[in-house]
Design a protein around this ligand. Structure first.
Ligand SMILES: Nc1nc2c(ncn2[C@@H]2O[C@H](COP(=O)(O)OP(=O)(O)O)[C@@H](O)[C@H]2O)c(=O)[nH]1
Ligand SMILES: [Mg+2]
Length: 292
């Protein structure tokens, strides 16, 4: 059989389960997942390799109205993902308003085949699911509508089946050993960011960015020095916590994930710095990798 390869963008509103779904399909926790909206800030490629195909998924930030320059940059990642894909997976769940109109309008402009994924079916009734399937079929004429539970890995195999009906015959784009185009540095920074989203509330996760200052990979040990950037001095105090307990908790949890991901012992040093209003500043955003 001829080899197929294609690019597939995963888009949708915040928190519908885009990252969970990509991780399940890949069988690896590549994209960070938290119960909070806007966890994913970049376009994260995940590569599914098989003998006769390679599917390059792009997990993207949730589609939202930009309030900060950061959001604008995040939406640029979504647009670039849509522009160069062979198929688009639109993720929808039943907690959001059914068939959001502005989303439908955006999807009508897409020229490549669209597969609608109705996620979190573990939380809804068959009746609700059927209604949504019917609504989507009428609204945009998708290639397919597939109900899944990303969390329970239910029906997710149907997605790859449907994608293989769409993506063209082509040699692979990336080496078959690759799981992503992003670096280990990037993923370790994301692991720290995930813990901050999990352990802190209100504006703290959204005001935080993580930079890796040093990543030294020895035979048996990886030495990582990371800086947590916040927008204000008061936030620095909150991140560190009483006697440094809060920061220690972040470090321990992130280090465990890193050791699993890298398959080695990790020595992690964490520092906190103030980078005033980084979400609004072109220079800071560029330095943190938000240029497209
Ligand atoms: N019940 C249920 N929760 C899910 C499912 N998929 C994702 N979630 C949860 O939804 C939240 C957001 O998931 P995430 O993948 O970060 O969403 P994203 O913002 O679209 O990338 C997390 O708390 C997930 O555990 C699912 O199929 N069922
Ligand atoms: Mg996400």
């Amino acid at each position: 059989m001829a080899h197929k390869s294609g690019f597939v963008s995963i888009v949708g509103k915040p928190n519908v389960g885009k990252s969970t779904l990509m991780n399940q399909i890949l069988g690896e926790r590549l994209s960070i997942v938290t119960p909070k909206a806007q966890t994913t800030r970049h376009r994260i490629k995940g590569i599914l390799n098989a003998d006769d195909y390679q599917v390059v998924f792009s997990d993207t930030p949730g589609i939202l109205e930009p309030h900060y320059l950061l959001h604008k940059k995040m939406m640029d990642f979504v647009e670039s993902a849509l522009a160069d894909s062979d198929a688009v997976l639109v993720i929808n769940d039943l907690t959001e308003a059914y068939l959001d109109e502005s989303l439908v309008e955006q999807l009508k402009k897409i020229k490549v085949p669209v597969i609608v994924i109705i996620n979190k079916v573990d939380l809804s009734t068959q009746n609700e699911i059927n209604k949504l399937i019917h609504g989507w079929k009428k609204a945009i004429k998708p290639h397919a509508v597939i109900p899944v539970s990303a969390l329970n890995n239910f029906n997710t195999d149907k997605i790859v089946e449907a994608l293989l009906e769409i993506i063209p015959e082509s040699p692979p784009f990336f080496s078959k050993e690759n799981l992503s185009d992003l670096t280990q540095r990037f993923f370790t920074a994301e692991m720290i960011r995930e813990k901050i989203f999990l352990f802190y509330d209100k504006e703290i996760p959204y005001s935080t960015e993580v930079g890796i200052e040093e990543f030294k990979d020895d035979k048996t040990l990886v030495k990582i020095r990371a800086i947590i950037f916040v927008e204000r001095t008061s936030q620095k105090g909150i991140i560190i916590g009483h006697k440094g307990e809060a920061l220690k908790k972040v470090g321990t949890a992130a280090r465990k994930d890193m050791e699993k991901f890298l398959g080695k012992k990790v020595f992690l040093e964490l520092y906190v710095k103030v980078e005033e209003d980084w979400r609004k500043k072109e220079n800071s955003l560029k330095r943190f990798g938000y240029s497209s």
